[in-house]
Design a protein around this ligand. Structure first.
Ligand SMILES: [Zn+2]
Length: 109
């Protein structure tokens, strides 16, 4: 099944494949997500572009998979996946705006 879904500026494009006990999703996450700078707390848009490999399993799941990011869901829900990805992006401690980045850079010289 083709996936092409956008939530809050973030798009997941790819393919989902139903397996016996899980779904496999491979694709890309791309878009601009509004995040808060950890230094000045101003919000800015962070460009995201990454390949994703998800394995959607029925909870509870206690395994480990080297190849895939495990997501526990009773029912495949792309919106939920996008929501949690956006949360992760927002909570990233490396969210620093251009201004603060430039200030840091100048201080070193
Ligand atoms: Zn800043």
């Amino acid at each position: 099944m083709q996936i092409n879904k956008t939530l809050n500026g973030l798009t997941l494009k790819g393919n989902s494949e139903k397996k016996k006990d899980c779904y496999i999703i491979t694709g890309t996450l791309e878009g601009d997500v509004e995040v808060e700078c950890i230094k000045c707390l101003k919000s800015f848009k962070k460009h995201i572009e990454e390949e994703v490999h998800y394995k959607i399993v029925n909870p509870p799941f206690s395994g480990f998979d080297e190849k895939y990011d495990i997501i526990e869901q009773k029912k495949l829900d792309i919106d939920e996946i996008l929501k949690s990805e956006i949360e992760l992006i927002k909570n990233d401690f490396s969210n620093i705006c251009e201004n603060c980045k430039n200030n840091e850079f100048n201080k070193e010289f």
